[in-house]
Ligand binder design. Structure first.
Ligand code: ATP
Ligand code: MG
Length: 347
């Protein structure tokens, strides 16, 4: 049985482990806080479920391993400054931006980027954390410790948010899932839907953008690209060098899930074009207690992460991949009263 080590033991690591079982892959997620060392053999591959990690005995050991796939990509994409610089270098569309330098003022950012400017911490932000809006030219100011630590982006009046998840093998071959429509509430992904026929005409553009990035990085595995649709074009919002929440629907809706695809690429097993089944809907469970009643909804495929429930924390998701839209709608209608009020509009 081949073994693959995963730096990080959150839900993504656990779902990689789950996906490895039928492939006879022994996937070992490793807690990034661990001060233990692990029986890592020279031929075993190492991957990650996150783009950044603290300095601990476990992360030192794994990141020093010669077979750590994509090791050089993580620092480039973990820092929004180097990530946006890469997107610019490759001539790909993204929100206009600049570094918040030591002497940058809010006034200058408004002059360069417009009336609404979004500051984003260079590292560590997720689920809308690490962001600060400047919406009031003449009034607002850059928080003190954000100089050199943030980038500033022009606010994009996007029509909707979507993402594409792709995979690349060590031989350079790439495959993609269809564009996924994402609904964010308060900066957190609430749900995703894919595939949608009305987005199909944007698929080639999305694939070309993500392929350009993966090829430039000589990347191996699954990468996600979050985008804004503005009219008939896409702007890249951000990249994740890992399996991604907006690809969770592939567990129900594709012949090869994003987790399996990542493992196949890392383990140098054959990669294929994933066959997409029917319309899939993924509902994130954010800050809610587990409710076994969810299991009574026909077609509901629950993934509960076993984490402590806290407000705003992703603690699970439910996938649906039913044979027709009427059944999907009926299932969501049945689920909705079992979730907090703020799900009503999204569902
Ligand atoms: P994630 O949890 O996906 O990693 P994040 O918190 O790291 O997210 P972003 O994806 O960059 O950060 O931003 C979160 C959300 O903020 C986006 O999904 C989008 O709704 C909004 N947003 C980000 N950038 C812009 C922008 N330039 N203009 C308008 N809205 C934006
Ligand atoms: Mg995001």
């Amino acid at each position: 049985m081949s073994r693959i080590w995963v730096l990080g033991a959150g839900q993504l690591g656990q779902m990689l482990k789950h996906a490895g079982m039928p492939l006879d892959l022994d996937v070992r997620p490793v807690d990034i806080e661990s001060e233990e060392t692990f029986p890592l053999l020279p031929h075993e591959q190492v991957t990650a479920e996150r783009e950044q990690w603290p300095d601990t005995a476990a992360t030192r050991q794994l990141s020093a391993h010669p077979a750590f796939v994509n090791l050089d990509t993580f620092p480039v994409l973990a820092d929004r400054f180097t990530q946006k610089s890469l997107i610019d270098k490759l001539g790909l569309a993204t929100a206009p931006w600049q570094l918040v330098a030591t002497d940058t003022s809010a006034e200058e950012l408004h002059q360069q980027l417009g009336e609404r400017v979004l500051l984003k911490r260079r590292t560590g932000g997720y689920d809308g954390r690490g962001q600060h809006w400047l919406r009031d030219p003449g009034q607002d100011a850059i928080p003190d410790d954000w100089h050199e630590q943030a980038i500033a982006e022009q606010a994009i009046d996007f029509d909707e948010e979507m993402s594409v998840v792709g995979m690349r093998g060590a031989d350079g071959q790439c495959f993609f899932y269809p564009l996924t429509l994402n609904l964010h509430v308060n900066g957190i992904l609430l749900g995703s839907v894919a595939p949608l026929a009305r987005l199909a005409h944007l698929q080639a553009e999305a694939e070309q953008m993500l392929a350009t990035l993966m090829n430039d990085l000589d990347y191996v595995g699954v990468m996600a690209m979050e985008c804004f649709r503005v009219g008939e074009h896409l702007l890249i919002n951000e990249l994740a060098p890992r399996v991604h929440n907006s690809g969770h629907w592939t567990q129900a809706g594709a012949s090869v899930s994003q987790f399996e695809a990542h493992l196949r690429a890392v383990a140098k097993l054959p990669l294929v074009e994933p066959r997409v089944k029917n319309l899939s809907v993924m509902v994130n469970l954010v800050g809610v207690d587990k409710d076994d009643a969810w299991l009574s909804v026909p077609g509901a495929e629950l993934y509960w992460y076993g984490k402590e429930v806290r407000p705003g924390r992703k603690v699970g998701h439910i996938n649906f991949c039913l044979s027709n839209h009427a059944d999907t709608k009926a299932a969501l209608d049945q689920l909705q009263p079992m979730l907090p009020a703020h799900y009503v509009q999204g569902l």
